[in-house]
Structures are given as structure tokens and as C-alpha cells.
Design a protein around this ligand. Structure first.
Ligand SMILES: [Fe+2]
Ligand SMILES: [Fe+2]
Length: 438
């Protein structure tokens, strides 16, 4: 058994012994001596720390297995007294053992002052730190921002739906509100690109067309930001991406007979619709027309040899392809984000623009935001932000090493410490909604 396990076992036995036997009983003394001996082995001349995290005991960052004798009861003793950690000094003495054991046996109550009780018993060889009752302000701010981002995304969804309805019934619509909401997304993109890319993990069961448009916009904007486009450029690119499939509103998507005409004609019809709206910016119209053109001259609508589509059209084509790959289709399973990036790179130079394909790989990284990953310590989480090291992003842990869902997800930066990513998991295989975990 580990030295940490021995300390926990000895501490647990000592608590029992002082409850069961009077101080004069040999079992009482034996239990305290055993605790002193266990701490001595564990410290080995340096401080030794036991800490509580998410209801489990750790020795520094090494989790204490549940089957260690006394682990449960000591974890509870910590929890009930809001103890976050105990640091044992090499000087840990018999008096410390006795005082600590007594204090950990006092009835927990809000008025119990563990520090004062230890001091009153002359304990010097062990120091205690406490769980913070007030929530970490940084974490609180992050959660507030997360809610605000989601609200923004939902609002954009509502605005886009209304616009689609207008186009479907009247062939035209008022885009002023859409322009405003896209500007809001760009503001957030410039402040926190990972948060915006994370929003694209949201997939509704219904309204696939809406989510597709929104998420294509998110990926196109990620490309635009990586390219270093100025804000007006991002605005034009974002709006163009959002509107790229607007031509589909002229068709009945529930009618199988219209599927082929919709596929073939929506670029041209979309360009016509956007021409009627008469935006000052020609971007959306161009992108609607060109987003299915391939760089090798293929695709549709037909175009002359040597025709070069607008850069925004080529960027939206990449974002469109990537979105379709990660979302999956009725006849094709979704790809995990890392594999979808690889597939986009495979299509570079024939269908997709090779420069922008590489830019996507660059913008999203080896493990794009939203990848569900298993770590070397068996925990499972979602990539929340890229790190400086492309294989060591920040991961939001959703499941602990036993597969138990965390109520309060923690973020860990893989750049700090030895934990690494073992594999990317297909969320459906675990029944996980990634957007929910991010
Ligand atoms: Fe399209
Ligand atoms: Fe599309």
C-alpha cells in the first residue's frame, strides 16, 4: 500500500480508537503511535499533503483509490469540516497525532473552528487549509460569459429563423437585425475565439438548416480571424456565410422531388434573392453563388475554366464542408473534429482551396475546441481552448476516472502537468452532448 494510504488508514483507525477506548487503554496509544509512524514514512523529511477535491482524497495530484482503508471516512471528515488539505510536517509528533485525531472527531458544525481547536491542543506538525465557501470570481465570470454567449447564439437562431420564414414566404426579408447580431458574434470572436468556436458544438435536433448556417458562419469567422481580416471584412464574411444557403428557402425541403433541383439551383437562386435585398455589400450574393464551386474547375453552377471564386466563397466552402463532416448526414456518421480537419485537408487542391484548408487546420488545431477526449489519467473531458502546445489544450473535465459525471466541471491545462490526451472519442458512443459539457 502507498505511504499516503497508510496515513489515511492510520488516521481512520486512530479516530475509531479514541472514540472506543479511554486514553489509558493500550489500543488508544498504539493507534496514535501507528499514525506518527505512518506520517514519518510518508513525509520522509519533506512536507506531505492530503487534499480533498470533488469529494475524493488526493496526495498532491495522485488520487487515493476508494478501496484504501478509511479513505471514505476521512474524505467525509474533511468535507464535513470544509477542510481542503492537511499538510503534515516531518516534525509531526505524538501530540500532533493526538490533537489532530481529536479535532477530526469533534462534531462538525458551522461554529467549529478547526484551526483554533488544533492550536488549543498544541498541534504544530500539521497545518490545515479550507475549502473556499465563496465561489471563485474568475470561475463565476466565466460561467456568466458562457450563459451570455449561449443567449447570443439562441438569439441569432431566432433572428435567422424569422428571416428564413420571410424569404420563404415573400422572397425577400429585412436583414438589419441579422447584421446587428452578427456584429455581436464578431465582438465575442475577437475577445475569445475559443468560446465562439465552442458554440458551434450546439446542434439542434430540428432546424438542421439553421444550425448549419450558424455553424458555417462560426467556422468561416474562425478562418477570417486567423487570416487577420479587419472587422468590416469579418462582418462581410460572417453575413455571407450565414446566408450562403438562403437559396434553399425557395424550395420545399420536405418534398423529395425538389431535393435535386434544390441542390443544383440553390446557389443561383440564393444570389438572385440577395440581389433583390440589395445589400450594399456584394459579398453575400457572391458567396451564395460560388460556394459550391471547386478549385479544380468542378462543382456548380458551371463556370469557365480559370474562373477564380472570391476568397470569401472559398473560405465558406471550407467552413461548409467541415460543418457537414462534423454534423454528419442521414447516410454518414459524423466525424470527430480532429478527423474532419484531416478530411478537409485531403480535399484540398481538388475541391477545396489548399491555402484556406491549411488555415482551418491552423485555426482549429490538432484537437479542435469541442473534441471529446480521454486522458492518460482516464478522465474524460471536452477541449475548451487551444494551448500554446498544440497537443496540450485546456480540457474541461466532464467525467472522473471512474466515469462518474462531475456536477461541477473543472478545467485543466494540459500544458501544466503530465496528463496527456490518449484518444478522441465519438460523443455518440458515450451518449454525451458535447455542447452541454462545454
Ligand atoms: Fe450550399
Ligand atoms: Fe451549406
Amino acid at each position: 500500500m502507498s505511504a499516503a494510504g497508510d496515513v489515511i488508514g492510520a488516521l481512520s483507525s486512530a479516530r475509531k480508537a479514541i472514540q472506543l477506548y479511554p486514553p489509558t487503554h493500550p489500543a488508544h496509544a498504539e493507534a496514535l503511535d501507528a499514525l506518527v509512524a505512518a506520517v514519518e514514512r510518508a513525509t520522509g523529511g519533506v512536507n506531505f499533503v492530503l487534499n480533498l477535491h470533488d469529494g475524493r482524497l488526493y496526495n498532491e495530484s495522485v488520487v487515493i483509490p476508494d478501496d484504501v482503508h478509511g479513505a471514505r471516512s476521512i474524505a467525509e471528515a474533511f468535507e464535513d469540516r470544509s477542510i481542503e488539505s492537511l499538510t503534515f510536517a516531518p516534525s509531526f509528533s505524538r501530540q500532533d497525532a493526538s490533537g489532530l485525531t481529536e479535532v477530526l472527531s469533534l462534531r462538525p458544525s458551522p461554529s467549529l473552528d478547526v484551526e483554533a481547536e488544533l492550536a488549543a491542543r498544541g498541534v504544530t506538525g500539521v497545518t490545515v487549509s479550507f475549502l473556499q465557501d465563496e465561489t471563485d470570481p474568475e470561475r463565476e465570470e466565466r460561467e456568466r460569459q458562457r450563459q451570455a454567449d449561449r443567449a447570443m447564439y439562441q438569439r441569432l437562431l431566432v433572428v435567422l429563423k424569422r428571416l428564413h420564414d420571410q424569404f420563404a414566404s415573400a422572397g425577400t426579408g429585412d436583414m438589419s437585425e441579422t447584421v446587428t447580431v452578427v456584429a455581436g458574434v464578431i465582438d465575442r470572436l475577437l475577445a475569445d475565439p475559443a468560446a465562439v468556436v465552442g458554440l458551434a458544438t450546439i446542434h439542434g435536433k430540428d432546424d438542421r438548416a439553421m444550425f448549419h448556417s450558424l455553424n458555417v458562419m462560426v467556422y468561416a469567422l474562425a478562418l477570417g480571424q486567423r487570416l487577420g481580416l479587419p472587422e468590416e471584412g469579418l462582418q462581410s464574411l460572417g453575413l455571407s456565410a450565414l446566408m450562403h444557403d438562403i437559396g434553399k428557402t425557395a424550395f420545399d425541403s420536405d418534398d423529395p422531388a425538389q431535393a435535386e433541383p434544390m441542390r443544383a439551383l440553390h446557389p443561383k437562386v440564393g444570389a438572385e434573392i440577395l440581389q433583390r435585398v440589395a445589400l450594399e455589400d456584394p459579398g453575400p450574393m457572391l458567396v451564395a453563388y460560388e460556394h459550391h464551386m471547386s478549385v479544380d474547375g468542378g462543382g456548380w453552377p458551371e463556370h469557365e475554366e480559370g474562373y477564380i471564386a472570391h476568397p470569401y466563397s472559398r473560405m465558406v466552402a471550407i467552413a461548409n464542408r467541415y460543418e457537414n463532416l462534423v454534423a454528419g448526414a442521414s447516410d454518414r456518421e459524423p466525424l470527430t473534429p480532429d478527423r474532419a480537419v484531416v478530411q478537409v485537408l485531403r480535399e484540398a487542391g481538388t475541391v477545396l482551396d489548399p491555402f484556406f484548408a491549411r488555415l482551418l487546420a491552423n485555426a482549429l488545431g490538432v484537437f479542435p475546441v469541442g473534441c471529446l477526449v480521454r486522458l492518460t489519467d482516464h478522465r474524460v473531458g471536452v477541449v475548451a481552448r487551444p494551448g500554446d502546445d498544440p497537443i496540450a489544450p485546456v480540457v474541461r473535465i466532464a467525467y472522473d476516472e471512474r466515469g462518474i459525471e462531475l456536477e461541477d466541471p473543472v478545467e485543466i491545462d494540459l500544458a501544466e502537468g503530465d496528463v496527456r490526451i490518449v484518444e478522441v472519442i465519438e460523443p455518440d458512443a458515450l451518449g454525451v452532448d458535447v455542447a452541454d459539457k462545454l
